[in-house]
Design a binder for this molecule. Structure first.
Ligand SMILES: [Zn+2]
Length: 428
């Protein structure tokens, strides 16, 4: 990666404060954004060759705050089922029947598709190490949450945590986190051990919480379909278990939060934890409408994720934004874009480092074509899923898993003028 700067210019650029800038851009050096250029004059002074991207919208890459890329090979194989526990049982049943080589291929292909769709960072739950096994050369930033669970059997807690000591992946695009799977699969002993582990490392945490009403029925009363799947109920709420372990705080992303009481929303708000909503998966299970408005009113940071291909037809963040907008017309397009960029970055503990074009952030960007003349029309189109990423950069490097080379993307980088042409194409 070159340490000499270069500057990208676009018709419209999303400024770090949410304004739209006409004819501005960003200066990139050594994989990071060195400067946001709010005017044409600032672009000229930006540094290094100027790469004119033309009539595009330059955005930070989307951040999918919740994925399970290692489940990509399960696409279309597990129907929603009668209840959530029956879906889990079906998923576990299919798991052993698929060749590992196929699952790895699907994982890599899905990761590349994500990037091609303009997503440059994922908060990914890693239960198997499969993504790490296929990540060589992959230009995708990964907050990798190592999944831990003991199915409520506290005797396994020590071994489960011990396994975390091995298998960390050294890659500048990866940062580690931890994911206690859910209150119904983590024993009291494992919660206690996790509390010590997280306190020592101050690491980012993701926990599936309050996905279904059945979850609460079992956790608090030992009733409902989860009783067929699990041993004895802890007889306390999921949020109580998370809080007792010291894990209800600003470094935690709670995934789903579909079945929350008003009092729980207020507790989550006070804690600083984020809620990650996955519109495609929500639709797959035909859940009752997600109360994004109530979470917003409570002051809880919201973000969008995709969950996995086992419960979603696609992991494209453009589609997630479009689904969200369709279900939540009270959210402005700019807010919806934030749910997939800046807010999602906060949810995965990477605020200021991804999901923004601010100086100091990693240069994870995408240039989108979108219909419309004004910036507001293009924003409207992009958040309705109508944009097309023409080029995607991660850490300042143009990705090859981006759009195919016959697309207009191939022309980006050939629009610079004069002697700057060759340099501009090399860097970033
Ligand atoms: Zn999930």
């Amino acid at each position: 990666m070159s340490s000499s700067p270069s500057t990208l210019r676009a018709h419209f650029t999303l400024a770090p404060d949410g304004r739209w800038v006409d004819g501005g851009g960003v200066t990139v050096r050594a994989g990071r954004i060195e400067r946001f250029c709010a005017t044409a004059a600032e672009v000229r002074r930006g540094g290094g060759p100027v790469l004119d991207l033309g009539d595009v919208v330059l955005l930070p890459g989307f951040v999918a705050a919740h994925t399970h890329l290692d489940l990509s090979g399960f696409e279309g194989r597990v129907p929603p089922g009668r209840s959530f526990p029956s879906w889990i049982r079906a998923l576990l049943g299919v798991r052993g029947s698929l060749p590992e080589a196929d699952l790895r291929r699907a994982t890599r292909a899905t990761a590349e598709q994500l990037v091609a769709g303009g997503t440059t960072c994922v908060g990914d739950i890693d239960a198997t190490g499969r993504l790490a096994a296929v990540a060589r050369g992959l230009r995708l930033r990964v907050r990798r949450y190592r999944e831990v669970l003991d199915a409520g059997d506290g005797r396994r807690a020590g071994a489960v945590l011990g396994a975390l000591a091995s298998g960390s992946r050294r890659d500048p695009l990866w940062t580690e986190g931890i994911s206690p799977h859910a209150p119904y699969t983590v024993s009291a002993e494992l919660w206690a051990a996790l509390a010590r582990h997280v306190r020592r490392r101050r690491t980012a945490v993701a926990i599936h919480w309050a996905e279904t009403r059945e979850e609460r029925a079992w956790l608090e009363h030992g009733r409902g379909p989860f009783a067929d799947l699990l041993a004895s109920s802890p007889r306390r709420s999921g949020l109580d278990a998370i809080e007792a372990a010291g894990l209800l705080g600003p470094r935690t992303a709670l995934i789903h939060g579909n079945d929350a009481t008003t009092a729980e929303r207020e507790r989550v708000a006070r804690s600083g934890a984020a809620i990650v909503h996955c519109p495609g998966t929500h639709a797959f299970f035909e859940r009752e409408p997600f109360d994004a408005e109530a979470w917003r009113a409570a002051g809880v940071p919201l973000a969008l994720g995709t969950d996995s291909l086992a419960s979603n037809a696609d992991l494209d963040m453009r589609r997630e934004m479009a689904l969200f907008r369709a279900g939540h017309p009270g959210f402005r397009p700019a807010e919806v874009l934030d749910l997939a960029t800046g807010a999602a970055a906060r949810a995965v503990g990477l605020a200021g480092r991804v999901g923004t074009l601010a100086a100091g952030a990693w240069a994870d960007l995408a240039a989108h074509a979108a219909p419309g003349k004004r910036a507001s029309e293009r924003l409207d189109a992009i958040t309705r899923g109508l944009g097309a990423p023409l080029a995607v950069w991660v850490g300042g490097r143009r990705t090859e898993s981006g759009p195919n080379q016959d697309s207009p993307a191939s022309r980006i980088g050939k629009q610079t003028r004069g002697a700057q042409n060759e340099d501009a194409r090399r860097t970033p």
